[in-house]
Design a protein around this ligand. Structure first.
Ligand code: DGY
Length: 435
């Protein structure tokens, strides 16, 4: 509807800083990595130049080793307005590092998917936009390749061809029950929270956020990684948390497929074939390593212990994005998605199994429903030809945001908006769902 379109465009107007988009003005006053990708996908419909600027602003902070940081800081925002800020991360200096500073961890590599989407949509905006899109695509391609190489190379901590996350923040699904077992083995020192103070609770209800116990571990993991200047060599031995997430790795494989499209468009056919082959290899590794044959579902693998998490989380549905997923796995994901655990009806899928005893309707990634993962789920439904289910999910998302607003996340039973009220990716993806 025009009303939803206009309200979404308005959110993207008020969250634009002139250089990049913030996820929300108060709770997240810097630039976030995977947010930027989802944002660019929607922004392409209303302002392709800004979509490219936003992605570039993030990639200008790419490290020489290829990693794209999970937050790029805005020097105009006071250290006191966000924790953990640039002073806490204290990342090593590197050539061409922008003055803005960054964190030393990553987030799911959605950016090749975004660049390809923005390119296709911008090309429809007329000759000037098409010319700009071509120039941008050429600028991004080697940088996106370097990002993939970092993740499939240095982050292949388990040796099986998947990327490990070394901090829950890297998943983007911060306090997901998928890491409960792995996190139980991470030292928790609550006294760290007297030295380093949380700022998120100044702008959000504590019951809707990760707990202090979570935060003490989050801080401890950064201190551990920071101590060796975010070096990845022998990280598995030195660091308390290493997990292979099905959602992160499905995005990693999808990014290779997007890179294949981009390489093809740029006339690099040998590279395109190599990207497709890498996507197949990652897909095969996801099936081999993250599939529980007994339950027929995908789970996070704790690389330190070799154990799969027992939790059923929305991340386990994300391999549906992969076109080469074996038919049996597709069927199982569809059964799980339609079961009472995740059943999409009036409302989109929750972040966690509705039937779990610790399902928490308000706490971030432990129950509430999020638009970005549902958008990815819809993409997966379309990849495998489930057109009716995809359309039902699209309708459920549009209805939810239209009724409740562009919230960060939503109560999985009532649809009530939770977290930040004018959240950029909810607005941006609404534009894509309406287009
Ligand atoms: C936050 O600040 O809550 C973010 O999720 C960390 O990336």
């Amino acid at each position: 509807s025009a009303e939803l379109w206009n309200s979404a465009a308005h959110v993207l107007e008020i969250n634009w800083t002139g250089d990049h988009m913030v996820p929300s003005r108060k709770l997240y006053p810097h630039q976030w990595s995977w947010d930027a990708a989802f944002i660019a996908i929607g922004l392409a419909y209303v302002n392709p130049t800004r979509a490219w600027r936003d992605l570039r602003s993030l990639f200008e902070a790419q490290w020489p080793d290829g990693r794209v940081p999970h937050i790029v800081f805005d020097p105009a925002t006071a250290e006191a307005d966000y924790f953990p800020g640039p002073g806490f991360w204290d990342v090593p200096a590197y050539a061409n590092r922008p003055a803005r500073g960054s964190t030393g961890i990553v987030q799911p590599p959605m950016h090749a998917i975004a660049a390809w989407d923005v390119y296709r949509h911008a090309s429809a905006h007329g000759a000037n936009c098409a010319q700009e899109a071509r120039t941008e695509l050429e600028w991004f391609y080697p940088r996106l390749v370097a990002q993939q190489q970092y993740l499939t190379g240095r982050r292949n901590l388990g040796g099986g061809g998947l990327a490990s996350i070394v901090h829950p923040w890297e998943s983007g699904l911060d306090n997901s029950p998928a890491w409960d077992e792995a996190m139980a083995n991470v030292p928790a020192d609550l006294s760290l929270l007297t030295t380093y103070q949380r700022r998120d609770l100044n702008n959000a209800d504590a019951a809707h956020r990760p707990t202090d116990l979570d935060y003490s571990r989050y801080v401890g993991l950064v201190l551990s990684y920071r101590a060796e200047r975010y070096d990845d060599h022998d990280l598995l031995d030195r660091h308390a948390f290493a997990v292979e997430c099905p959602s992160f790795n499905s995005i990693l494989a999808s990014a290779e497929l997007a890179l294949a499209q981009i390489a093809g468009e740029l006339g690099l056919s040998a590279e395109a074939a190599a990207h497709r082959e890498r996507a197949q290899r990652i897909t095969a590794a996801i099936v081999k390593r993250l599939w529980n044959a007994r339950t027929g579902t995908f789970h996070a693998l704790d690389v330190k212990t070799g154990k799969l998490s027992p939790a059923h989380c929305v991340s386990g549905l994300m391999p549906l994005m992969l076109p080469d997923l074996p038919a049996a796995a597709v069927e199982s994901i569809m059964a799980e998605a339609k079961s009472e655990k995740f059943g999409i009806s009036e409302l989109p899928a929750p972040s966690y199994d509705r039937t779990a005893p610790d399902f928490d309707t308000k706490r971030y990634w432990r129950g509430p429903l999020w638009i970005n993962v549902n958008w990815l789920l819809r993409r997966g439904l379309l990849v495998h030809g489930f057109r009716d289910e995809a359309e039902d999910l699209r309708t459920a998302m549009v209805r939810l945001v239209h009724r409740n607003g562009h919230f960060e996340y939503f109560h999985p039973e009532t649809g009530e908006g939770l977290g930040a009220p004018t959240f950029s990716w909810t607005a941006a993806l609404s534009l894509d769902l309406l287009a």
